[in-house]
Design a protein around this ligand. Structure first.
Ligand code: KG4
Ligand code: ZN
Length: 364
């Protein structure tokens, strides 16, 4: 590993956020986010109740120049001060991925800088390391709008999948159920706000995969049951209570499956410090965080989650994954493809393919 300090421009355009960030990774591994700009397209997609790929791609094209310039200006540096460019190369909506990746390639070519084609999931995997010193290895729960996976993270480029969703991602379940409750897109944060005053105790929802071997997830039964209950709800108190019950049910499944993964992880790491990290948009949910923290404590794991701004999509995490790769000499050619699908753990994804459909496309 090099001991020199590295400064990278990170670019993220895989879904509905156009993001750019400048990050410095010091020789001792210390990380400084010099700027992190996120332009959300929520308002453009909201009328359609979800992300429209063509609108997303066009919007990325329109704003990437300005967002990257803003990130550079915010960091107070010029392109000549950069050590490399890190751009998300997938998985995600491929029209959008191509925008950020092509922009990154153009800058790399023009400035003769190394390019790192970053897996968006690897960005989420390292995101907690933006704000805290969390050494490898750790157990990771990655819960976002497109993904729900438990992974052992041994280092950069060394993630091993322990389980993943067999139908919807957790964030997708939040979003779809929120829609049936008449909440605006994106539903997760709106459902959390509605749930705050609710009482979950009187509502029974299905407990998918309870007691089942392994660490896979399933949210489709919960989604169907919640949709049926939502139709029958007539008043505001009923909506609040249902939102609270859904939040409890999603958090319960996440903790039950994570608890199993912790037992397996602990057996595989005897005598080691046990670390647990939760990342991705759903990690922004306070109840989910609290339940996972309690589970980690009960199993003797430390608990970390990125600050809220780094839970949802951002370019600082892409820049960090890029910096960690660059420090190891891992760079990519200008022919690096934009990939709609790109599992982090190719071996286990091939051996045990799971199905992750949904509004954002099959990102896993
Ligand atoms: O990581 P992210 O920004 O995008 C993906 O890579 O998918 O995650 C977005 C997802 C959405 O499904 C959103 O509803 C969910 O994270 N989310 C939340 C909360 N904030 C974001 N879900 C529940 N509670 C929240 N507070
Ligand atoms: Zn994401």
């Amino acid at each position: 590993m090099t001991a020199e300090s590295l400064t990278l421009l990170g670019l993220e355009t895989s879904c509905d956020e156009t993001a750019a960030a400048v990050l410095r990774r010091h020789g001792d591994g210390r990380v400084e986010v010099l700027s992190s700009i996120i332009a959300s397209q929520i308002a453009e997609h909201a009328p359609y109740g979800g992300v429209v790929p063509e609108i997303a791609a066009r919007s990325h094209v329109e704003s990437i120049d300005a967002i990257a310039a803003e990130a550079m200006a915010g960091a107070g540096i010029g392109y000549g001060d950069l050590s490399g460019i890190a751009a998300t190369a997938g998985p995600g909506l491929v029209g959008g991925v191509m925008v950020g990746l092509s922009f990154g390639k153009a800058v790399a070519l023009a400035r003769n800088l190394p390019l790192v084609a970053v897996n968006h999931l690897e960005g989420h995997a390292v995101s907690a390391r933006l704000a805290a010193d969390i050494p490898y290895p750790f157990l990771l729960l990655l819960v976002s709008g497109g993904h729900c996976q438990l992974l052992t993270v041994d280092g950069i480029g060394a993630c091993h999948r322990m389980g993943s969703t067999i139908d919807d991602a957790a964030g997708e379940a939040f979003d779809k159920i929120a829609k049936t409750l008449g909440l605006p897109y994106p539903g997760g944060p709106a459902l959390e706000r509605l749930a705050a005053e609710g009482d979950a105790s009187g509502i029974t929802l299905p407990r998918a995969l309870l007691g089942r071997e392994g660490c896979d997830f399933s949210f489709s039964g919960l989604k169907t049951a919640a949709a049926r209950l939502a139709e029958a709800v007539t008043d505001e108190a009923g909506r609040r209570n249902l939102a609270a019950a859904v939040q409890v049910a999603i958090a319960r499944q996440l903790t039950e499956r994570t608890d199993r993964a912790m037992v397996t992880y602990r057996a595989a790491h005897p005598g080691e410090t046990l670390r647990f990290v939760v990342a991705g948009g759903v990690a922004a949910n306070r109840h989910v965080r609290e339940r996972l923290q309690a589970t980690a404590t009960a199993r003797g794991f430390s608990f970390d989650a990125p600050p809220l701004v780094y839970c949802t999509d951002n370019a600082a995490m892409i820049a960090l994954a890029g910096a960690e790769r660059l420090a190891l000499g891992l760079t990519d050619g200008l022919d690096a493809p934009a990939r709609p699908r790109w599992p982090l753990d190719t071996a286990s994804a091939a051996a045990n393919p799971t199905h992750t459909p949904g509004r954002k496309g099959a990102k896993a």
